[in-house]
Design a protein around this ligand. Structure first.
Ligand code: DP6
Length: 361
């Protein structure tokens, strides 16, 4: 598969107007994507759990316009016009125009809403860009009725990647790999694929409670963050390590070894932050309460033999991961000991979406 496969044949049909709605989930990476080349090509493979409750729903309405010289669109979040979202979408449209040659023929209205608060510090780019990519694929399907479901999903992931890298992992399935890895046959830098090997019962319905430590705007945008990996003194070794961690996860998923899982997941989270602390310029994205929570989790694990662990995005919030059979006790622990470290005691309960992924509404 190359980029060329996603350039459609000339359309035989015309379409005047229409509207599509898709709902798409966010995801949380276990092996992190951090560092990219030109054209949103990742420096290393990553793997993520797809979430069940954190979703974006987007309606894309389109009307044919008279002129075709430029893109034309408006964006609304919860019914309110959002001109500050436009530059990111304009960049997205520019990147994907060659793959969706009808983009300049229409005026688009993009109406979007999230199940999680926009100001929560939870990245909405993965769910947002994947929902938009799915809507755009529905438009393409109007022109090319014979496209298969596989092609539809693969191209949706391919397009979503060009909007935001991690968004390509939000199209299909519960455990998604993006980026080529020697042991994963069909893995690709161009789109996400469903994890192809067996996954132990221990990982079914895995729980993720997101502790909102800092609900502010991101201190460092992900684009700036990824760029910091260029000329980073530890970059090459880090990219190799991601490959090694993916290999280790393959046997961990097979055997259900939760202790080994914890080591990889926590190490990946801290490595992501270590990369930011050792780049130039350097950043500390954790807050004191992030560390308080991590220490509490470690103490609880040592005392109770729980399989609880944490992972982090490029920010201060903490994702607390734990097996479903510990749900009752861990939720109790979170409420009693961790929620106090969250901004306004705010947290979001989620779980890995086994089956409940993107939906056309
Ligand atoms: C830390 O996908 O937001 O969440 O491609 O620039 O839009 P862009 O970056 P983005 O990066 C996410 C990075 C991460 C780790 C991960 O999800 O793998």
């Amino acid at each position: 598969m190359t980029e060329q496969n996603f350039i459609p044949k000339p359309f035989a049909k015309t379409v005047e107007n229409g509207s599509y709605t898709w709902s798409s989930p966010s995801n949380i990476a276990l092996v992190k994507y951090w560092g990219k080349k030109e054209d949103q090509i990742p420096e290393n493979p990553s793997i993520s759990f797809t979430l069940n409750n954190c979703k974006t729903t987007t309606t894309l309405s389109f009307v044919k316009k008279k002129t075709t010289n430029d893109f034309s669109f408006d964006v609304f979040l919860d019914g309110e016009k959002k001109d500050d979202f436009k530059p990111k979408i304009a960049t997205f449209f520019k990147r994907i125009e060659i793959y969706l040659p009808f983009l300049k023929d229409y005026h688009f209205k993009i109406e979007t809403s999230n199940t999680f608060p926009h100001s929560s510090g939870i990245a909405s780019s993965a769910s947002g860009m994947s929902a938009l990519a799915l809507c755009l694929m529905s438009v393409e399907k109007e022109f090319l009725e014979d496209i298969s479901e596989d092609y539809f999903n693969q191209k949706a992931s391919f397009l979503a990647r060009l909007g935001s890298g991690s968004a390509c992992r939000s199209i299909e399935g519960d455990l998604i790999v993006w980026g080529t890895h020697k042991e994963i046959n069909k893995s690709s830098n161009l789109f996400g694929i469903k994890y192809p090997f067996s996954v132990h019962e221990n990982f079914k319905h895995y729980q993720d409670t997101i502790l909102l430590v800092d609900k502010g705007e991101k201190q460092v945008s992900s684009t700036v963050g990824h760029n910091l990996m260029h000329k980073h003194p530890f970059a090459e070794r880090r990219f190799e390590q991601a490959h090694e961690n993916m290999s280790k996860l393959i046997s961990i998923f097979e055997t259900g070894d939760l202790d080994a899982f914890i080591k990889i997941v926590e190490s990946e989270a801290l490595t992501l932050h270590a990369m930011m602390m050792t780049s130039m310029p350097y950043f500390i994205l954790m807050k004191p309460n992030t560390l308080e929570i991590i220490n509490k989790i470690w103490t609880y694990r040592a005392q109770t033999n729980s399989k609880i662990c944490f992972t982090l995005d490029a920010g201060a919030n903490v994702h607390v991961l734990y097996p479903e059979n510990e749900k009752e006790s861990v939720v109790e622990f979170i409420k009693n000991e961790l929620v106090a470290f969250c901004q306004n005691e705010h947290y979001i309960s989620d779980q890995i979406g086994f089956g409940a992924n993107q939906i056309q509404l």
